[in-house]
Ligand binder design. Structure first.
Ligand code: ADE
Ligand code: ZN
Length: 350
C-alpha cells in the first residue's frame, strides 16, 4: 500500500485539483450549460420558455430528483444534429481535462433524443467524434455508456438496444438512470441479461433516493459491476459488507446529493463513512451544469464541508482508476502518475 506523504491540511484543496483522476458518473446532457442551451436553440431555430440565460439558471432550484429531471429533459431538447452532440461533449471534455481528469466514462440518454425523432446514429456519432478528438488533442481518454431511462418500459429499452446495435463498438457499457423510486432495477432484468451476453459492461443508478433493496437487486438481478450513487447503502449493514467484500465501486456525486436534497447539508454527507467502511467510493459530478460544479468543485467542496483527509483524497483518486472500464495497462500508468503527483507535492514544486 502506498504510504501517503504528510501533506499539510491547508494544501488539500490544491492537491485535490492537481491530482490525476477519472470521472465515472457524468451525464453528458447534464453538462449542457445554459449559455450552450441558448446558443444551440438559436442555431436550430428553437424558442425556449425562458427569457435569457439568467432566467434559465434561476430555475435551477430543485427539491428532489424528479424536480431536476423535468428541467434536464427540457434542456436536452435543443440537441438535434451531430454537431450539437459533438459541441456538448467537447465542452465537457475541455473542462474535464482542465480538472486533471485523465479518463472519463460519459453517460448518455438516447431515448431522450430518439423519442424526439433524432436518429441514434446522430447521437452516437457526435459524442464518439468528440471522444476521439479529445484523446488526440486534449490527451484525455473518453468512452461512452448508454443509459436506459427507467421511467420508460423494458420494451422501449430493448428497442433502444436494437437501434444501438450497429454502434456497439462505440460504447463500453450500459446503465440505468432517471426516476428511481417506483422503477426498481428488476424491471430491466431481461434487457440487462441481453447486454451482458453482448459483452457490455453494466452499471445502474441505485440507492440515490431509493432503498438499499434497489442496490441488492442491481447487484443480484442486473449483475452490475458498479453502483451509481449508492449512498443509501449505509442503512443496511449486510449490504455494506457485500459492497466492501466484492469491491463494488460507488460513483458518488456530492454536489448532486446536496442540490437534490439527499444531503441538504454537505457537511452531513456520508462519503467518508463509506470509504472508512472499506467501500470503493469515487467522486463525480453527475450533472455539473445543473448542480453548480465540475469534478474538482465536488472534491474541494465535500472535503471542506466534512474535513476529509489526504489519505481519503488518494483513495478516491485510486478507486476512480481501479473502478474504470479501461484496460489494465492504462490503469497502471494512471495509478503511477497519481503516486508521483502526491510525492511531488511534498517537494513543494507545484
Ligand atoms: N439523469 C441525470 N442525472 C440523474 C441522476 N442524478 N439520477 C438519475 N437519473 C439521472
Ligand atoms: Zn446520475
Amino acid at each position: 500500500m502506498f504510504k501517503v506523504p504528510p501533506i499539510p491540511a491547508a494544501r488539500i484543496p490544491e492537491l485535490l485539483r492537481a491530482m490525476p483522476k477519472a470521472e465515472l458518473h457524468i451525464h453528458i446532457e447534464g453538462s449542457l450549460e445554459p449559455e450552450l442551451i441558448f446558443a444551440l436553440a438559436q442555431r436550430n431555430g428553437l424558442s425556449l420558455p425562458y427569457a435569457d440565460v439568467q432566467a434559465l439558471r434561476s430555475a435551477y432550484a430543485f427539491t428532489n430528483l424528479q424536480s431536476f429531471l423535468d428541467i434536464y429533459y427540457a434542456g436536452a431538447s435543443v440537441l438535434l444534429h451531430e454537431q450539437d452532440f459533438y459541441d456538448m461533449a467537447r465542452a465537457y471534455l475541455v473542462r474535464a481535462a482542465a480538472d486533471n481528469v485523465l479518463h472519463a466514462e460519459l453517460f448518455f440518454d438516447p431515448q431522450t433524443h430518439t423519442e424526439r425523432g433524432v436518429a441514434m446514429e446522430t447521437v452516437i456519432n457526435g459524442l464518439h467524434h468528440a471522444c476521439v478528438d479529445a484523446r488526440k488533442d486534449l490527451g484525455i481518454s473518453a468512452t461512452l455508456i448508454l443509459c436506459f431511462l427507467r421511467h420508460l418500459s423494458e420494451e422501449s429499452a430493448f428497442e433502444t438496444l436494437e437501434q444501438a446495435q450497429p454502434f456497439l463498438d462505440k460504447i463500453v457499457g450500459v446503465g440505468l438512470d432517471s426516476s428511481e423510486v417506483g422503477n426498481p432495477p428488476e424491471k430491466f432484468a431481461r434487457v440487462f441479461a441481453r447486454c451482458r451476453e453482448l459483452g457490455l459492461h453494466l452499471v445502474a443508478h441505485a440507492g440515490e433516493e431509493g432503498p438499499p433493496a434497489y442496490i441488492w437487486s442491481a447487484l443480484d438481478v442486473l449483475k452490475v459491476e458498479r453502483i451509481d450513487h449508492g449512498v443509501q447503502a449505509v442503512h443496511d449493514a449486510a449490504l455494506m459488507q457485500r459492497l466492501a467484500q466484492d469491491r463494488i465501486a460507488l460513483t458518488v456525486c456530492p454536489l448532486s446529493n446536496q442540490k437534490l436534497c439527499v444531503f441538504p447539508n454537505l457537511g452531513d454527507h456520508n462519503l467518508a463513512k463509506l470509504l472508512d467502511a472499506g467501500l470503493a467510493a469515487t467522486v463525480n459530478s453527475d450533472d455539473p451544469a445543473y448542480f453548480g460544479g465540475y469534478i474538482n468543485d465536488n472534491f474541494t467542496e465535500v472535503f471542506a464541508a466534512t474535513g476529509m483527509t489526504v489519505r481519503h483524497a488518494y483513495q478516491l483518486a485510486f478507486n476512480s482508476f481501479e473502478a474504470s472500464f479501461a484496460g489494465n495497462a492504462d490503469k497502471r500508468v494512471w495509478e503511477h502518475k497519481l503516486k508521483e503527483r502526491f510525492e511531488r507535492f511534498m517537494e513543494h514544486d507545484y
